[in-house]
Write a protein that binds this ligand. Structure first.
Ligand code: PEP
Ligand code: MG
Length: 757
């Protein structure tokens, strides 16, 4: 990711004037009136108004220069109402050259604002909450520049701290800034890590309160920045050597990325520039952080967004070091049962908390592939993300349930609801204990059919779970995941190291490495390919590998080197025709020959296979069977092609069912043919990890299932309670039916026969 050029120059003079004014002894309203006048002058605006958020989601005009004075304390707008309300509800600036034509424009006759055409509003933010809105207006249709937006935001920072400190509007008003309700509420988000936790809400940013925004001495502030930076780097190094991360190579990689960012000249230069513009070191960091957040909000690519989130995390860490040096912020201390709530959180920040006291994490942002979700998974902390409005609706100390199974968040639930979640947590703990007890038992049906259960992995951190879950191997190692968390394409040496480490951690259990499945929706931040109109069916996976053989060969070379003297299993994704496999296999064989020619040891055993994701391959099975060592059905992709339904389209989410006569008939036919040819067949899509689906798959003839590690226990229990012969007879009958789904019949069968699903 490239850092944006420095743009903020700041208005040093205005900041100085504001600082002097703050020091002056005049009363609250009078000072506020002078502040808005001063800002209007500096911004060459006819109007400058400050709105403060009051209880009841209302923004009240607290001071104005240019609007009618009688409107002060009279004009009120709901959050979301008018341009000011829109700025407050989005938490983002709005610059409009013709404000009155904006759909949100709300005319308030008492203000006399009809003569002003252009308007720039910025949120006054404190601890991630909107506590007010600062706006300037002009009579002409003026276009406000980015620099002007940034300058007004900087001024808003100064005001935020003074409002909160009660300096301008008195302590009583300052205390009214907390607007969250006390009623029970339910918020919906997405699951970032499964599990349920409950406890007291602890806002993540509460330790960061900046008291001084305007610098007395810029040179001294630059020195403070350097000292804090050095302390932060040292602390990051300490963190990397911590025990729980020692095994988790991928997390280490995340922290390496941090170090890189911390030394990123662009990022640091922007902070230094803000200091030179008149801010204190902490205000400068926060200033640059706000830019980062705004940029982040505009970026749709999830990987780039995560890189921005990392920078944001670093900003917070740097702030903590700056404040700690002043004796202002201690490391976080958590109550016994805590639910951390934050807009966003970095992996290092999560590790700052005591994991034993942390029962859950809820974020306004975040995605399942974010680094922080990876670390939460490693620590077993339930996590829900993309919970909009979280921070405005939750108060510190609120009782909160974080339901990482459904992605729901319950704020201040009633006692009866709390009790049912508490029961669910206990039941889960009991179930877990029972899965742990059966960990070493074979996944064998009551009539003696063995099923091999394997895990899907994508990070080193997942690999130890192979042993914890009692799985027989890694059925799918998604090699693109480590590529995604990096800043540049890893070279052969780095890849070799990574693959060797995976094999080492897996000990004697087989690992099936899937070659890069990039392209489509899995973009790499540093891989600039043109965007396909239909990326899922576009230039992705093996198609890229064969068109860019150097890329695929490098990966194969690393795999061959890593597996010297060991068992190597390589799987090619999105193969549509046998010839593609033949070409890929030739590249693999060439790398083995090279290894031998260079005097290296070849893999002790080499197996190559394909993923069955493209239906066309099913009509080439006899030719394929002769050439492959194994096949794995990628049901996630396969079913979207089979039913012509985009798996990401929510309108189609329930339209077709994998437990339907056509899909089960398809799977049974493939399993039958593979069985007859003696080619091992597995299924590694999401389907394998659901007990009911796993039951159906075993009934269709699948004997190897690969799934997320957490699902191994439940699926093992299903298989051990299942009798295969009657299930096969049921499936015979169900496949004849014209139903769109046979899910309910399968569920009823499991219930009647005591199959644990
Ligand atoms: C699949 O398509 O089922 C699969 C396992 O691959 P991915 O989900 O990584 O596309
Ligand atoms: Mg796939």
């Amino acid at each position: 990711m490239t850092t944006q050029p420095v743009s903020w120059v700041g208005s040093r003079r205005l900041l100085r004037q504001l600082r002097d004014l703050m020091k002056g002894g005049s009363g609250g309203q009078e000072r506020l009136d002078r502040v808005v006048h001063m800002i209007a002058d500096d911004m060459v605006a006819e109007v400058c108004s400050l709105y403060v958020r009051r209880p009841g989601e209302v923004l009240e005009l607290f001071a104005t220069w240019g609007l009618r004075p009688e409107a002060v304390h009279r004009t009120r707008l709901a959050v979301g109402e008018g341009i000011v309300g829109a700025v407050a509800s989005s938490g983002r600036p709005l610059a409009l050259s013709d404000a009155q034509s904006h759909p949100n424009f709300a005319y308030r006759p008492e203000t006399g604002e009809e003569i002003f055409h252009s308007m720039l509003g910025v949120p006054v933010l404190r601890d991630g909450r909107v506590v007010g809105v600062l706006a300037v207006q002009n009579k002409t249709q003026r276009s406000y520049t980015d620099d002007e937006v940034e300058a007004l935001e900087t001024v808003a920072m100064v005001l935020a701290e003074t409002i909160a400190a009660g300096e301008l509007i008195g302590g009583v008003e300052g205390r009214h800034l907390d607007t969250a309700s006390t009623l029970p509420a339910r918020l919906s988000g997405v699951v970032l890590n499964e599990g349920i936790g409950m406890g007291e809400a602890v806002p993540h940013e509460r330790g960061i309160v900046i008291r001084q925004v305007v610098a007395e001495d810029s040179a001294a502030e630059l020195e403070r920045l350097d000292a804090a930076l050095a302390a932060m780097l040292e602390a990051l190094d300490d963190l990397m050597t911590r025990r729980e991360l020692a095994e988790a190579g991928e997390s280490l990689e995340v922290f390496e990325t941090y170090r890189m960012f911390a030394q990123d000249r662009g990022w640091l230069e922007r902070i230094r520039e803000a200091i030179r513009g008149g801010l204190t070191a902490e205000a400068a960091v926060q200033r640059v952080q706000r830019d980062t957040r705004q940029r982040m909000a505009k970026v749709r690519d999830p990987y780039i967004r995560e890189r921005y989130a990392d920078l944001d995390d670093l900003g917070n860490r740097l702030l903590q070091h700056l404040l700690r040096a002043e004796g202002g912020a201690e490391g976080p201390v958590l109550p016994e049962n805590s639910i951390l709530v934050a807009r966003a959180l970095g992996p290092a920040e999560l590790l700052d908390y005591d994991a034993k006291r942390l029962k859950g994490v809820i974020l306004e942002e975040g995605s399942p592939t974010a680094h922080v979700a990876i670390v939460a998974r490693a620590l077993g902390i339930p996590m829900v993300g993309r919970c909009s409005d979280l921070l405005t609706r939750v108060k510190p100390g609120d009782f909160v349930v974080c339901d990482g199974d459904t992605g729901q968040v319950l704020l201040r639930p009633r006692l009866s609801v709390r009790q049912s979640f508490s029961d669910a947590i206990e039941a889960r703990a009991r179930r877990r204990a029972s899965f742990a007890l059966s960990r070493d038992l074979p996944a064998e049906t009551l009539d003696g059919v063995r099923v091999s259960l394997q895990i899907n992995a994508g990070l080193l951190i997942d690999v130890p779970q192979l042993h914890e879950a009692g799985a027989e191997g890694i059925g799918l190692y998604r090699t693109e995941v480590p590529f995604m968390v990096r800043e540049a394409f890893p070279d052969v040496g780095a890849q070799t190291q990574l693959y060797a480490r995976i094999l080492e951690l897996a000990k004697d259990r087989p690992v099936t490495f899937r070659t890069l499945d990039i392209g489509g929706d899995k973009a790499l931040p540093y891989w600039h390919s043109e965007v396909d109109e239909n990326p899922i069916m576009g230039w992705r996976a093996i198609r890229i590998g064969l068109d860019r053989p150097a890329l695929l060969s490098q990966q194969l070379r690393a795999l061959v080197r890593a597996a010297a003297g060991r068992h190597l299993r390589v799987m090619f994704p999105m193969v549509s025709e046998v010839s593609e496999f033949v070409r890929a296999r030739a590249l693999l064989d060439r790398e083995v020959e090279r290894q031998v020619a260079a005097g290296g040891e070849p893999p002790a055993r080499l197996q190559a296979g394909v993923m069955l994701e493209v239906p066309a391959l099913v009509w080439q099975l006899p030719a394929l069977f002769k050439r492959v060592d194994f096949i794995s059905v990628g049901s996630n992709d396969l079913f979207q092609f089979l039913f012509a339904t985009d798996r990401g389209n929510p309108r189609l989410a329930r339209r077709y069912d994998v437990l339907s006569p056509p899909s089960l008939a398809f799977l049974r036919s493939v399993a039958g043919q593979a069985g007859a040819a003696g080619v091992p067949l597995s299924l590694c899509g999401e389907m394998a990890g659901h007990p009911l689906e796993a039951m159906a798959l075993v009934g269709c003839g699948f004997r190897i299932l690969s799934m997320p590690a957490a699902e191994i226990g439940p699926v093992r229990t299903t298989i051990r309670s299942l009798e295969l012969a009657p299930l096969e007879r049921l499936l015979d009958r169900l496949m004849e039916q014209p139903a769109r789904s046979v899910r309910e019949q399968l569920r009823a069968y499991a219930r009647d026969r005591g199959v644990a699903i």
